[in-house]
Design a protein around this ligand. Sequence first.
Ligand SMILES: Nc1ncnc2c1ncn2[C@@H]1O[C@H](COP(=O)(O)OP(=O)(O)OP(=O)(O)O)[C@@H](O)[C@H]1O
Ligand SMILES: [Mg+2]
Length: 52
Amino acid sequence: MCKVIICANQKGGVAKSTSVVNLGIGLANKGKRVLVIDNDPQGSLTEALGYP
Ligand SMILES: Nc1ncnc2c1ncn2[C@@H]1O[C@H](COP(=O)(O)OP(=O)(O)OP(=O)(O)O)[C@@H](O)[C@H]1O
Ligand SMILES: [Mg+2]
């Protein structure tokens, strides 16, 4: 059974991307299969994970 975690806030610069990167990497390191979906057209989450 999969779990869906959404990180959303109307305010900018409140560490949404940073939280998702660290949560995603942390769960993956614990052996969980993780799919991170970047819905922000800025794409900073995608870039943070190494995809320019
Ligand atoms: N725990 C923390 N301590 C100090 N600085 C932090 C922490 N978490 C995030 N930051 C810094 O705060 C800034 C904003 O973080 P981030 O880009 O994750 O926010 P965001 O909510 O995704 O912003 P945006 O709305 O622009 O997408 C970044 O410079 C980040 O490095
Ligand atoms: Mg962001």
